[in-house]
Design a protein around this ligand. Structure first.
Ligand code: GLV
Ligand code: MG
Length: 321
């Protein structure tokens, strides 16, 4: 297996129909952390064979620098999946980072994709294990098995909530993705789903990604829904329209003040635990007591801020002795 950093920036994961050359060309120019070229629901059945070719050409032409390159194939219950994977990976495997598998229901579906990828990698001489898998959880069975799905292969990089299919699959009485179903006024109808996905992701060191917000003109609505999953600890969210991009990148980056504070916790804790700082396990940073757990929390924020290319503002320096 190849060693590959599967922890890629994914604040914004832009959906692009694989059948549209125009949208593919536009996506190259946009500041999305990830782009996924879609062979599934944004691609009509009759357009799928042509879209496979368009996607292979688009990946091989390049122009995706700085972006994670993903193709969403069709789910295993259709007749299209194997041909999607074979055509795309044989044709453009060297220029592809991950395959996104929708409507994952069992760990075996991940294992099946893993095996198929390995065969193609061997056949065409690609680095074995480099191509990752992004697993979409879109129905009750998938959520019930989410822990096993996350653990099913080292290729799994993300667990993604697919709210539109999910709402349909559990008969939720709402048509507005991300908003609360009318009549349910005692909490967040998505909390259990989001938390289950997040726990599986964190337990197995994967990223947790929130799905689409369909009201593309309502950027405030996007920010509200994205803000919730970001607050819980999700790593990013789908973007369906360029107008949602800045909101996604901002929402899933730390605030400047939090980033500066987290960097300062790391510096201060480093110093206080050193000989020069008194080799202490716990210390005061202003009015705040910091210890090893504070360092771990700070590392999360710092990791996200650095990945987002943030610059440090106020810097802590050791007290004068
Ligand atoms: C995404 O695929 C969704 O169903 O929300
Ligand atoms: Mg879906």
């Amino acid at each position: 297996m190849s060693s590959v950093n599967r922890n890629r920036p994914r604040r914004s994961c832009m959906a692009v129909p694989g059948s549209s050359q125009k949208f593919i060309d536009k996506a190259r120019t946009l500041p999305a952390d990830q782009v996924f070229l879609d062979l599934e629901d944004a691609c009509a059945p009759l357009a799928k064979p042509g879209a496979r070719k368009t996607i292979v050409a688009a990946l091989n032409e390049g122009g995706w620098e700085g972006k994670t390159r993903v193709v969403r194939v069709n789910d295993w219950t259709t007749e299209w999946t194997y041909r999607d994977v074979v055509d795309v990976v044989e044709g453009a495997g060297a220029n592809l980072d991950c395959i996104m598998l929708p409507k994952v229901q069992t760990a075996e579906q991940i294992v099946a994709l893993d095996l198929l990828l390995t065969q193609i990698e061997k056949t065409v001489g690609l680095d074995i294990g480099r191509i990752g898998i992004e697993a979409q959880i879109e129905n009750a069975l998938g959520l019930t098995n989410v822990n096993a799905i996350a653990a099913a292969s080292p290729r799994v990089e993300t667990i993604i909530f697919g709210p539109a299919d999910f709402m349909a699959s559990i008969n939720m009485k709402s048509l507005v993705v991300g908003e609360q179903p009318p009549g349910y006024d005692v909490g967040d109808a998505y909390h259990h789903i989001l938390m289950s996905i997040l726990m599986a992701a964190r337990a197995y060191d994967k990223q947790a990604i929130d799905g689409p917000y369909l009201q593309i003109k309502d950027v405030d609505g996007f920010k509200r829904v994205a803000g919730r999953s970001a607050a819980l600890g999700f790593d990013g969210k789908w973007v369906l329209h360029p107008g949602q991009l800045d909101a996604a990148n901002d929402t899933f980056s730390p605030a400047q003040q939090d980033y500066d504070h987290a960097e300062n916790i790391l510096d201060a804790y480093d110093w206080y635990t050193s000989e020069a700082g008194g080799a202490r396990g716990a210390a005061m940073l202003g009015d705040e007591m910091i210890d090893e757990a504070s360092r771990k929390m700070a590392l999360v924020i710092v990791g996200k801020g650095r990945a987002a290319g943030m610059e440090r503002g106020d810097r802590w320096s050791p007290p004068e002795s």
